[in-house]
Design a protein around this ligand. Structure first.
Ligand code: ATP
Ligand code: MG
Length: 387
């Protein structure tokens, strides 16, 4: 039987009390955004879940949309379902029909009621429908780990039957946590940091710094390719591509060699903060990991963070490199990230950068520069891509 509805279940949204309708609305929008328009004639929120009604054209195609829906954050699971009335005989016939399409030898019926207006008992349904399936199809009931489970969800004066319960990615719907600027380098770590930001409901915009024409534009191309992967989760992503070379030249001329990398980073944060304000983003995300490389010490993080008035989040702070590599391979960004490029931070870099920089020394060096003008110029030269 072709499913005519899709049930969407979330778990954490349920916990959010007063925000619930806002969360449901976002989830609804996000589901609609990953399937062709007109897939659902309606998606309604009914007793703690979303119920999508498939349009006639979409019904036969539903299987092809599964991979996209599987990536919608906020979904605990979803299930293409057949709807019928709350009548035991009709439910039994429907159960027989949908089970008859599967290959299995053992099965279970799992009925579940929500709301007070359901006239049927779920235990009775399990037994009676089960007995009919045994009779009609000659299969065996097995309560623990059966080959097939026929779910019967009873609510809204209807019964929804399904055998295919598909896991979602969990998390929160993108957008419910607000907008976040993710600094993305073309390296391995930052795409995963962006992924985790989206997973917790952050709507991401990306900021990438490059040193063209002193480096080639490979890092920009890589970042665009990474955006292609991240778009499976958030279809519309804004990418800011910021030229850093002029600032780097100025830093090289006017400041102590060992603070250069930190200076670059402080400029990156200032520029990202200014872009955040323009985009009304509430936080900055980086792919930094505590102690992963010599420069990622708490002292350096503090020296960089000091210039920001928006919070800086580091979703990967506790990850080992190996975990990051495994996860980015799964995500699909690893192979892109390891392609060679010329990172802007490697331009004009000293042999011995400071690892435990003192803020006072960094500030003293920076006072030789016209910071505000440099930041504004970089923001003015920023290229914006809506992807
Ligand atoms: P990644 O693998 O993400 O490049 P990394 O291990 O190379 O990280 P760093 O080079 O110290 O670490 O960069 C730390 C973080 O700073 C990055 O994860 C990213 O968020 C940000 N960052 C570094 N370089 C850039 C850049 N060119 N453009 C935008 N953000 C950057
Ligand atoms: Mg890097």
């Amino acid at each position: 039987m072709t499913p005519d509805y899709v049930l969407f279940h979330y778990d954490e949204i349920g916990l959010k009390g007063g925000n619930r309708s806002y969360f449901e609305r976002k989830l609804k929008q996000n589901i609609k955004a990953v399937v062709p328009s007109g897939t659902f004639t309606s998606i309604k929120s009914i007793q703690g879940r979303l119920v999508g009604k498939l349009s006639e054209v979409a019904k036969p195609d539903f299987t092809s949309f599964k991979p996209s829906i599987e990536k919608v954050f906020g979904l605990a699971y979803f299930a293409p379902a057949v709807r019928c009335t709350q009548n035991e005989e009709i439910i039994s016939k429907t159960a027989v029909s949908i089970l008859n399409e599967l290959t299995f030898s053992t099965f279970r019926i799992t009925a579940r009621r929500s709301g007070l207006d359901v006239p049927l008992s779920s235990q009775k349904l399990n037994e009676n429908v089960g007995a009919l399936v045994v009779e009609a199809l000659g299969k065996k009931v097995k309560l623990k780990n059966p080959d097939a489970v026929c779910h019967i969800d009873l609510f809204d004066k209807s019964a929804f039957l399904y055998t295919d319960k598909i896991s979602g990615p969990g998390g929160l719907p993108i957008g419910v946590s607000g907008k976040v600027m993710c600094m993305i380098s073309g390296g391995i770590d930052s795409p995963l940091a962006a992924y985790y930001t989206m997973k917790r409901g952050g709507k991401i915009s990306l900021v990438h710094f490059h040193s063209v024409p002193y480096t080639n534009s490979a890092s920009i191309d890589k970042v665009k390719e990474i955006v292609g992967v991240l778009q499976q989760y958030q279809p519309r992503i804004v990418l800011h591509s910021v030229p850093l070379a002029d600032i780097q030249k100025q830093v090289r001329t006017d400041t102590d060699e060992k603070y250069r990398v930190l200076m670059y980073r402080r400029f990156m944060i200032r520029i990202t903060e200014m872009l955040s304000n323009l985009e009304k983003a509430k936080a900055i995300v980086t792919g930094e990991v505590l102690g992963q490389v010599a420069s990622q010490t708490l002292e350096n993080m503090q020296a960089v963070e000091d210039v920001s008035s928006v919070p800086i989040l580091r979703p990967l702070v506790g990850f080992d490199k190996r975990e990051i590599v495994d996860q980015t391979k799964q995500l699909g960004t690893f192979d892109i990230s390891i392609q060679p490029d010329q990172d802007c931070c490697s331009l004009f870099v000293p042999k011995h950068p400071a690892t435990k920089a003192r803020l006072k020394d960094v500030e003293h060096n920076e006072s030789r520069l016209d910071v505000d003008t440099l930041v504004k110029e970089a923001v003015n030269q920023t290229e914006k891509f809506v992807m």
